[in-house]
Write a protein that binds this ligand. Structure first.
Ligand code: AMP
Length: 220
């Protein structure tokens, strides 16, 4: 099972990835998380990525393609992966297809979580993250103790790129550069659509049922 999570920033890809990872044995691969880690570690790549991320722009294809494809070929991703935030451009999708063909593997489905722009802005502005990367929402998914992570107890913070001006830029970038992937995967018969305005639990139930069906079909 090699799955791609597609959708605008803030549609719930990360939340669903966390839940699906518990249901199925899949390596959760988030290029955003890898880039943030590189930034925190102060690596050359992290520093290069930082200016794009802070401006709400996409990090150049050659940088992201390199880290994503390297990660896919690691051992823990051999039995299946859940790509969260990659691919985000047509050249990235093409590079992924070429890599998969080389590995004699194929994409099982592209899971599109859709939500209107107004909802996105509201959601992202309430989003808070912990040191270990666990994501909360002040209104929709608050931690047990305000401002503190349930898991690691760290103080929750707002990501720089979750600030309103950056969110608007990220949405514009999504419509311009990532939305064409909807057509790309639809044309390959791989697209599955989900209503991201539903509660995280409803979205999760729908996606899980779809994946279970896909898995059955795969085993037949
Ligand atoms: P995310 O956490 O997936 O929303 O990613 C945060 C930021 O990392 C994005 O706004 C981009 O600047 C960068 N990024 C993550 N994944 C990609 C990608 N596949 N292509 C280009 N930039 C990316």
């Amino acid at each position: 099972m090699n799955l791609i999570l597609l959708g605008p920033p803030g549609a719930g890809k990360g939340t669903q990835a966390e839940r699906l990872q518990q249901d199925f044995t899949l390596a959760h691969i988030s290029t955003g998380e890898m880039l943030r880690q590189a930034k925190a570690d102060g690596t050359e790549m992290g520093l290069k990525a930082q200016e794009f991320m802070d401006a709400g722009q996409l990090v150049p294809d050659e940088v992201v393609i390199g880290i994503a494809l390297e990660r896919i070929s690691k051992d823990d991703a051999r039995d299946g992966f859940l790509l969260d935030g990659f691919p985000r451009t047509v050249p990235q999708a093409e590079a992924l297809d070429a890599e998969m063909a080389g590995l004699e593997r194929r994409i099982t489905a592209a899971i599109l979580i859709e939500a209107p722009d107004e909802d996105i802005v509201r959601r992202i502005s309430g989003r808070r993250v912990s040191k270990s990367g666990r994501v909360y929402h002040v209104e929709f998914d608050p931690p047990k103790h305000e401002g503190r992570c349930d898991v690691d107890g760290s103080v929750l913070i707002q990501r720089d790129d979750d600030k309103p001006e950056t969110v608007r830029e990220r949405l514009a970038v999504y419509h311009r550069q990532t939305a064409p992937l909807i057509e790309y995967y639809d044309a390959q018969g791989l697209l599955r659509r989900f209503d991201g305005t539903r509660s995280p639990t409803e979205v999760h139930d729908h996606i899980r049922a779809t994946i279970a069906t896909l898995r059955l079909e795969d085993e037949l």
